[in-house]
Design a protein around this ligand. Structure first.
Ligand SMILES: C[S@@+](CC[C@H](N)C(=O)[O-])C[C@H]1O[C@@H](n2cnc3c(N)ncnc32)[C@H](O)[C@@H]1O
Length: 278
């Protein structure tokens, strides 16, 4: 029996597109013609949804000729956000084949296929040339990756010297291990959390200078409180990606995530980095 954690298996259901279309119909949206706004509650699969994606681009200058890399692109919400906002090219890579298929489908539906492509593959061995990209980002992915330095080195390899790299990640906090399942792992066997300090050291050892970093626990707790208020008032939560992807597992995964945040077992972090000019 293999002891390698089945990361893609954790994210694969086989019927994701059908379930997304059913949810859009229930929201009063024609799934054949979804809008960017209608998809946003579902296609930013990370803490605080599109709010965190908007935060990640703050102060960033991207030109329409730039080619960006989205590492662990999921079903493509962040890639479509960057391509729409900056009119640039984005290549996404993700281990989960079903996510790549759904990402391509939604991108075509929004008329963005000439700007964005999605490859199924491993972020530790990407099928891209050295120095191919003007900038890169990754959102809530490294928790699934044991060898952080190999991960960051591979991203550094495909970036041009001096290119930017931004991350929004979940780090190990001082309060102990989180309970599982979480949205990123069914059990501790496929969860690899590093502390913020380890993350900074791993980045610096892998060819990056850290320009800024911050913990976003307060923002995450405030977001959770706002979501709860909306649900208590009879509305839908603003962020529905975990429910979409994980179905029956979602309730436990979200409860564990909320508790881990409150007890500082996990700490969400945002980092702005630059590839050192080598
Ligand atoms: C929580 S989801 C985040 C998806 C996306 N970044 C977003 O924010 O919407 C984590 C993603 O990381 C991907 N992933 C995990 N390990 C990976 C690896 N070694 N290479 C590429 N993708 C990976 C998973 O398939 C999944 O799509």
């Amino acid at each position: 029996m293999s002891t390698t954690p089945d990361i893609a298996g954790h994210y694969t259901s086989g019927d994701l597109l059908a379930r997304l279309e059913a949810r859009l119909r229930a929201d009063g949206i024609d799934p054949a013609r979804p809008t960017f706004e209608a998809l946003a509650p579902y296609d930013h699969f990370h803490g605080r949804g599109i709010e965190a994606t908007e935060e990640l681009v703050k102060g960033l200058e991207v030109s329409p000729t730039d080619h960006l890399l989205d590492v662990g692109s999921g079903i493509g919400g962040p890639a479509r956000y960057f391509a729409t906002r900056f009119d640039c090219r984005v290549s996404g890579i993700d281990l989960t084949a079903e996510f790549c298929e759904v990402a391509r489908h939604l991108t075509a539906r929004l008329g963005l296929s000439d700007h964005i492509s999605f490859e199924q593959g491993d972020a530790l061995a990407m099928p891209f040339n050295d120095a191919a990209f003007d900038g890169a980002y990754t959102m809530n992915v490294s928790m699934n990756i044991a060898d952080k330095r190999a991960f960051f080195r591979e991203i550094s390899r495909v970036l041009k010297p001096g290119a930017w790299f931004r991350l929004s990640e979940i780090a190990q906090g001082p309060g102990g291990a989180p309970d599982y399942p979480t949205p990123w792992a069914q059990t501790a066997a496929s969860s690899f959390l590093a502390t913020p300090a380890e993350t900074y050291a791993n980045l610096e050892a892998s060819g990056f200078t850290i320009e800024s970093h911050r913990e976003t626990t307060d923002a995450a707790l405030a977001y959770a409180a706002r979501s709860r208020a909306v649900v208590d008032a009879g509305g839908q939560p603003p962020h529905r990606a975990v429910m979409l992807v994980h179905g029956a597992l979602a309730e436990a995964a979200m409860a564990n995530t909320g508790r881990a945040l409150k007890e500082r077992r996990t700490v969400p972090i945002e980092l702005v980095c630059r590839k050192t000019s080598r």
